[in-house]
Design a protein around this ligand. Structure first.
Ligand SMILES: [Zn+2]
Length: 596
């Protein structure tokens, strides 16, 4: 076979992108069987949810290379069978309707095409390791961005060593801007679709700082090229990690205000950390996945939560956020986890395993019965970091553990399990970690953060003390109506029968916005006071009365101890990669906001 011929080839034709339809022609060679099955994955990497992208595939037909039609039938929701009639080579043509921007799978319009392979390219289930190529026919002025290499210098034809790499290398082709920077001689690109780049120098400098800090942690970069793809679109948010690239979605205001811009930095830091954690250092269940069904792992708390812990830590180490911003954000995380009744119900291991049916299938009862493997996973990672530091006098940290795990469980291997994490933590620290994992990962024991944050010179306090009146209702305003989103099971509204989806039309005879109502309850009323709510449910009004409960008034705050011993200040410095800040008014570096 000539070198530029691949065993499976796709041709993607974008002749009418304004219709949001894309035509695919898949050529399969070396067939030796009377029939061949072709399928589309039911999920995509990075999102542990059944998406069934085959639902937007239509006009699937098969033919010989001479053009003569072949018989094709559907076996299940996502699999087709072609009668090959003795042909060793066939073509399968189909159309994909690509209007799914929010789940970052496929989106086509007159300005671009974003194609994440799992939602677009059929595969032959028993030939996932065949080499592949993808040729793109699109308007001539469109630019192509993809972490795959071009085939034989043809910039519009990409090659992949196998199907798994193909679908972990999303394609962005269209009208976009590109920025370039290098770290340790390795090229990086920032590709922006949907908006002009406002301050390209700052954006490049900040992304570079993030990559450099993460490279420093792991001792080098694990790829030979990396692309940050950014979609700027109203209402957009979130990101997905891929092997040598990431797709991040942000709203247009991102480049207009500091808080939104910082959220982009947090997401970029998160997705970049995944280049190691989950893309290469993988749980066994995600090392060789089954595209036809759910892939269960109890380690998403580590894949996502540990990554979420590092997303902020790296920004602070890189000087992109201040120490105080990090402490504030960790305090908010503690607040969120401790105030969630589900923290007493579901462990982070269970949350990980059931991601497919719970985390990604939200209900109004989630706060009461589940935890987020992102939030609780980040907090248990913080606890693990502090515990490792505390037990080893700061000789070992979560950094040490990450580096050791990355070296022991390479991407080419079978992946790791929780017992491996326990073993590595135990070996590195020289003290047993079984109980830690039994309590805080596999069970719902509260995280004893107060006891261990002192190791880096911090203290955790509820500030201010005292209690406040409490309903347990979390509401939000929608089209000027105050709509109940959650009713927490530790508040009185739960047993009184307030439900998610109720519209609160009046509280004690007055109409309030959701924010006004909660401040009215907290500031003007006391625990035990009666409250009367008028709610609209399924078009009918009803009155619900109950006595207000009680909840702690303050919020959890993490702060530096006034004057910790030198060892704790040194540990703090090791944690954040810069010295313990001197009090204001003294000489020396102040709390850092370097805004690099
Ligand atoms: Zn993630």
């Amino acid at each position: 076979m000539p070198q530029n011929i691949r065993s499976i080839e796709y041709a993607v034709t974008l002749h009418a992108p304004q219709t949001q339809n894309v035509d695919i022609c898949m050529r399969v060679r070396h067939i030796t069987t009377p029939s061949i099955d072709l399928a589309l994955p039911v999920w995509r990497t990075g999102r542990y949810s059944i998406l069934n992208p085959a639902g937007t595939v239509h006009r699937v037909r098969a033919q010989q290379t001479t053009g003569q039609a072949l018989g094709i039938s559907k076996l299940d929701k996502t699999t087709w069978r072609v009668d090959t009639e003795g042909c060793t080579e066939i073509e399968v043509r189909y159309t994909v309707y690509a209007n799914s921007l929010g789940d970052r799978t496929r989106h086509v319009d007159d300005t671009h095409a974003f194609l994440s392979g799992a939602a677009v390219f059929l595969y032959v289930p028993d030939r996932r390791d065949d080499s592949l190529s993808v040729r793109l026919e699109a308007p001539a002025h469109w630019k192509l961005a993809c972490s795959l290499d071009a085939l034989d210098g043809d910039p519009r034809t990409l090659q992949a060593p196998n199907y798994d790499v193909l679908i972990d290398s999303p394609i962005e082709i269209g009208v976009h801007e590109v920025l370039h920077f290098d770290v340790h001689g390795i090229p990086h690109e920032i590709v922006l679709w949907g908006a002009p780049i406002v301050d390209s120098e700052k954006l490049t400098r900040d992304f570079k700082a993030i990559v450099e800090k993460q490279s420093e942690l792991f001792g080098g970069l694990p790829y030979k090229r990396y692309i940050f793809m950014i979609h700027v679109s109203a209402g957009a948010g979130g990101g997905t990690e891929h092997l040598n690239s990431t797709i991040i979605q942000v709203p247009p205001r991102t480049f207009e205000d500091d808080a939104s811009y910082k959220r982009l930095m947090v997401t970029a830091s998160h997705e970049m950390f995944h280049a190691w954690n989950v893309k290469r250092l993988r749980p066994a269940a995600l090392a060789r996945t089954d595209f036809a069904r759910e892939n269960y792992t109890d380690l998403l708390w580590f894949c996502e939560g540990t990554t979420a812990y590092y997303e902020q830590l790296i920004l602070t180490r890189a000087g992109l956020t201040s120490d105080d911003e990090l402490l504030l954000s960790l305090g908010e995380l503690i607040q969120m986890v401790r105030r969630r009744p589900g923290s007493k119900v579901q462990s982070v291991a269970e949350s990980s395993f059931d991601a497919w049916i719970k985390f990604n299938q939200p209900t109004s009862d989630d706060m009461n019965s589940t935890v987020s493997f992102y939030d609780s996973g980040a907090l248990v990672s913080f606890l693990l970091d502090m515990e490792l530091r505390s037990r080893t006098k700061n000789r070992v940290s979560l950094d040490t553990l990450m580096v050791e795990m990355f070296s022991r469980f390479p991407a080419s291997g079978p992946g790791f399990a929780t017992v491996d994490l326990i073993e590595v933590a135990t070996q590195l620290s020289g003290s047993p970690f079984e109980e830690f994992f039994a309590k805080y990962v596999r069970s719902t024991e509260p995280y004893p953060l107060e006891e261990c944050v002192g190791t880096v010179g911090l203290e955790l306090m509820l500030d201010p003390a005292g209690s406040r009146a409490y309903t347990g209702i979390i509401a939000m305003d929608l089209n000027s109506a105050s709509m109940v989103r959650y009713v927490l099971s530790d508040g009185p509204a739960y047993l009184a029968g307030v439900l998610g989806g109720d519209e609160i039309v009046a509280c004690n005879g007055r109409r309030y916005s959701s924010v006004e109502m909660s401040s009215q309850v907290e500031q003007e009323m006391s625990p035990g006071d009666p409250i009367r709510l008028e709610v609209l449910r399924r078009g009918r009004q009803r009155t619900i009365e109950f006595a207000l409960g009680s909840a702690p008034k303050g919020r959890w705050r993490l702060s530096r101890l006034p004057s910790p011993p030198a060892a704790q200040r040194a540990a703090y410095s090791n944690w954040l990669h810069h010295p313990w800040p001197l009090p204001k008014g003294e000489d020396g570096p102040k709390d850092q906001v370097r805004g690099k």
